[in-house]
Each structure stands twice: as structure tokens, then as C-alpha cells.
Design a protein around this ligand. Structure first.
Ligand code: NAD
Length: 263
């Protein structure tokens, strides 16, 4: 899986086609969508129109909450695959654990079937806390390849990252730029950007990459799409990394996975 990909949350279907096409032209090969984003069709159209060989692309989609459960998962996967216009997806994720509903183990067993059939190359989860992963690992056979969680300098997720490392699960950061809000104006980040002749977004993405996180920044602006993938030509030093690591506030922008129960 490429360590840097392109996310399409909140991008309407018709705009997703253009945005994904722009991203593919800029060199991205990994695309992160989800059934609930409502843009699997637009994403699929851009993938098909690109002419890039399927084997060079890495496509992730996610099972929405209302489709959890063994049979419902299999049906939802067929729908996602048809909308994407693909024969397989590279990574399929359970979008949220919804612990109060108690269905993620059954859901994941359907994922294991899809994996065994080769219609999904790798299976994983999103927004799972270590306690959810522990139960899943105890009751199923395939350790999730990835846990995609909210992760940025204001929410550094030390405990989750450590648990993932112990279990051999890759950590994927959603909202890696903190949704672009205050984070990119934080003086410490602006100063590091000036020092390297880079932008704050590039510095934050570089911080993730050097920590070993997978990142999927989103933008619909062509110049930013290009900027966000141009992060392989410089390196943050230990002082820079320490200054960014000091920004942790354990502050979520999104919901708490322990209680989130929508959809
Ligand atoms: P992000 O951290 O990628 O920030 C995106 C926003 O930052 C943009 O809308 C734009 O306003 C700004 N931005 C982007 N590039 C910039 C640049 N170079 N300079 C200045 N500002 C810039 O936030 P996100 O979209 O929430 O997260 C990225 C992806 O993660 C999503 O598209 C989606 O694929 C995934 N995601 C997953 C979940 C989940 O529950 N699994 C939840 C949220 C997001």
C-alpha cells in the first residue's frame, strides 16, 4: 500500500471524478473512499478513464454502519464493487466499530470470506480502539492489515499506535492535516515550514511519513493536490519532529469511537 494516498470524504460524486483524475495525474496511486461518501461511482469513473493499469492502483473503500452483519456486509460489498466498476478492491475497512451493536465480529467474518475469495486483497478496520481490536483478533483468523484512525499533531494516538505496532497492524491517519483548520497556522509548524522552504501542510504530512503513518490528505484544489504529494524531497530533523510531537492535545475533531452510533 502506498504510504501516501488521496482521500475523497465530502467530495460530491461529480467533483470526485475530477478530483481523483487530478490526483492520478499528480502521481497518487492510492485512493480512499467509502460507501457513505456517495462518490464510489465518480471515483470509479476516474480510475477507469485514467488508463493506469489496475495493478498499479490501490483502492480502499469502507462498509457503512447500517450494513454491518454477515449477510448485509456481503450485499453492501457487491454494491460498492459495482459502483466502483472494479473486480476487486485492495483494502476493505469496517468504517466504525459501533460497539453497542455488537456486530463487528460477524461483519469481519464476512470480510474474511471476501478476502478468501480474492475479491478483497486486504481487510482492515477504521476507528477501532485497542479493546475492539483485541476482541476481533481473539475471535477471527486474519489480523486486520490496517486501522484507519483520526491522527494529526493535535491527536497523536500514542497508545493506539503502540498497540498496532505490537500486533503488526499498519496505522493509517485520517484527517492527517487536522482538516486544515487551525493546525496549519500553528507557529511551530509555520516556523518549520519556513526553515525548509516548504508549506505547513507538507511539514505535517512529512511528520506523519517519518513516524511511519499512512496518510490520505484530501483537497479538491489542483495546486494543493500536487503540493500534498510533493513531500519526498526533504526530511525533518529530530528537533523538528520533537517540536511537532510537543503539540499533542489529545483533541478529537471527529466522534469518539467508543460511543459513536450513527447510521
Ligand atoms: P484532511 O486533514 O486531509 O484536511 C483536508 C482539508 O485541509 C481540505 O478540505 C482543505 O481545506 C485543507 N487542505 C488540504 N490540503 C491543503 C494544503 N496543501 N494547504 C492548506 N490547506 C489544505 O481532512 P479529511 O478530509 O477529513 O481527511 C482526509 C481523508 O481521510 C478523507 O478524505 C477521508 O478519505 C478520510 N477520512 C476517514 C474517516 C473515517 O472515519 N475513516 C473520517 C474522516 C476522513
Amino acid at each position: 500500500m502506498p504510504q501516501l494516498g488521496f482521500g475523497v470524504w465530502q467530495v460530491p460524486d461529480d467533483e470526485a471524478e475530477t478530483a481523483v483524475a487530478t490526483a492520478l495525474e499528480a502521481g497518487y496511486r492510492s485512493i480512499d473512499t467509502a460507501a457513505i461518501y456517495g462518490n464510489e461511482e465518480g471515483t470509479g469513473k476516474a480510475l477507469a478513464a485514467s488508463g493506469i493499469p489496475r495493478a498499479d492502483l490501490f483502492v480502499t473503500t469502507k462498509l457503512w454502519n447500517s450494513d454491518q452483519g454477515y449477510d448485509a456486509t456481503l450485499r453492501a460489498f457487491d454494491t460498492s464493487l459495482a459502483k466502483l466498476g472494479l473486480e476487486y478492491v485492495d483494502l476493505y475497512l469496517i468504517h466504525w466499530p459501533l460497539p453497542s451493536r455488537g456486530r463487528y465480529v460477524d461483519t469481519y467474518k464476512a470480510f474474511e470470506k471476501l478476502h478468501a475469495e480474492g475479491r478483497v486483497r486486504a481487510i482492515g478496520v477504521s476507528n477501532f480502539l485497542p479493546e475492539h481490536l483485541e476482541r476481533l483478533i481473539g475471535e477471527t483468523s486474519v489480523v486486520p492489515a490496517v486501522n484507519q484512525i483520526e491522527l494529526h499533531p493535535h491527536l497523536q494516538q500514542h497508545a493506539a499506535r503502540e498497540y498496532h505496532a505490537q500486533q503488526g497492524i499498519a496505522t493509517e491517519a485520517w484527517s492527517p492535516l487536522g482538516q486544515g483548520k487551525g493546525l496549519l497556522e500553528v507557529p511551530a509548524i509555520v516556523a518549520i515550514a519556513q526553515k525548509h522552504g516548504r508549506t505547513p501542510a507538507q511539514v505535517v504530512l512529512r511528520w506523519h511519513l517519518q513516524l511511519g503513518n499512512i496518510v490520505i490528505p484530501k483537497s479538491v484544489t489542483p495546486s494543493r493536490i500536487a503540493e500534498n504529494i510533493d513531500v519526498f524531497g526533504f526530511t525533518l530533523d529530530t528537533e523538528d519532529l520533537a517540536a511537532i510531537s510537543a503539540l499533542n492535545e489529545d483533541r478529537r475533531l471527529g466522534p469518539d469511537p467508543a460511543t459513536f452510533d450513527m447510521g
